[in-house]
Design a protein around this ligand. Structure first.
Ligand SMILES: [Fe+2]
Length: 385
């Protein structure tokens, strides 16, 4: 049995990788890029720096900075119009997961038209949109190396998963120096998201030898460095490890899948506007506890890769240590409970059956080593309180 692996055509990795944007653009045969980003990236001077580098080589790049966190169907319309009206031959997607996910959707809709809903899973989008050079500034969603985008339909509060090689950036410039100024909260949330990607890819029923190798490498990088970057954002060595770990975790889950954490996380995000990494963090300990009986050896490997268990530990001991670590990590990184986040208890309880249905409908729980039914998902939601 073989596995198909889909990757960007070019990856530039390390300090200053984003400065190679012109060379990468040229190698793709493009010279009319649109930078798709958000206002924070403009304020930090990152968008301006890309423009400067390109201008040195006589390339003029316009900036579209109206992307929003957790992008919606409406929020991407202006970008789609900009692409349709302009004569751009490429997109430079700069920012965290939201600008990159927005750019992926805009690149397809701008070129082929239609509604976002037309492109949602189970349709596989293999059309080639405008080529995207992704420049991530968080570590991270891994969106720079995944064939996925997630766009929320605000009329139904549904997080639509869109899948296909059409959403894979053609190049990824993975430059950890862009993460040095990230605030601690975003560092923690995006870091736990990356850890979740690696763990879920590894325990997924769609895991394969290739995704396993990337997932284990990612966990070895993320495990010892997540606390370090949270407490000291200027720790360059830890930032570099987190950035590479995040990208490898992205490669892992893009070529395997995510599982129950992500399946249950998307409905919380859509209903209560909890940032993606944070809702994952809330769920990771409980979902792991539920799932361990389905793949105790795999979770024990995770514990060892993260560095909380040793080869000498039995799987049972390693898994107990893993659960302790995930809870301790949430404490130390000050992950709020839903209550502390400000979610109304009654509303959450009322919405649980709907959220469970949405989680199941996303397909992600079917990749879990232990597949839950709707009632079991509701029981897991209850443990968050
Ligand atoms: Fe994620």
């Amino acid at each position: 049995m073989s596995s198909q692996v889909i990757l960007p055509r070019i990856m530039q990795v390390g300090a200053g990788a984003s400065e190679n944007v012109h060379e990468v653009l040229m190698s793709l045969g493009c010279d009319r890029p649109l930078i798709i980003t958000d206002k924070m990236m403009v304020q930090l001077g990152y968008a301006g720096r890309i423009q400067e580098v390109l201008a040195l080589h006589g390339v003029n790049a316009d900036v579209f900075d109206d992307t929003v966190p957790e992008p919606t169907v409406n929020s991407i319309q202006a970008g789609v119009a900009a692409i349709r009206d302009g004569s751009y031959d490429s997109i430079i997607a700069l920012g965290g997961g939201s600008p990159i996910d927005s750019a992926k959707a805009m690149g397809i809709l701008g070129k082929f038209g239609g509604e976002m809903r037309d492109y949602k899973f189970p349709r596989i989008v293999n059309e080639e949109g405008l080529p995207i050079i992704a420049v991530p500034t968080t570590a991270g969603t891994g969106s720079e190396v995944t064939r996925f985008t997630i766009i929320t339909d605000e009329t139904t509060d549904e997080k639509m998963l869109c899948v296909g090689v059409g959403f894979m950036p053609v190049a990824a410039l993975v430059d950890y120096t862009l993460t040095l100024s990230l605030p601690a909260r975003i560092t923690a949330d995006t870091g736990i998201d990356a850890l979740t990607h690696a763990m879920e890819a590894y325990v997924s029923q769609k895991a394969n030898h290739y995704s396993d190798s990337q997932a284990l490498a990612a966990m070895k990088l993320i495990g010892p460095n997540l606390r370090k970057v949270y407490h000291d954002g200027s720790d360059a060595a830890a930032r570099e490890a987190m950035m590479l770990g995040s990208t490898l975790a992205g490669v892992a889950f893009s070529n395997a899948s995510v599982a129950l954490v992500h399946g249950m996380s998307r409905p919380i995000g859509a209903a209560f506007h909890v940032p993606h990494g944070l809702s994952n963090a809330m769920l990771l300990p409980s979902v792991t506890e539920f799932s361990i009986p389905g793949a105790p050896d795999r979770y024990a490997d995770c514990a060892r890769a993260i560095g909380v268990a040793s080869e000498a530990d039995s799987d049972e001991v390693a898994n107990a240590k893993l659960l302790d670590e995930l809870r301790a990590l949430n404490d130390e990184l000050q992950v709020p409970t839903p209550e502390q986040f400000g979610i109304d208890h009654t509303t959450f309880m009322e919405l649980m059956p709907t959220m469970a249905e949405q989680a199941l409908a996303s397909g992600s729980p079917n990749n879990n080593p232990r597949i839950p039914n709707a009632q079991e998902i509701v029981e897991i939601y209850k443990t968050l309180w």
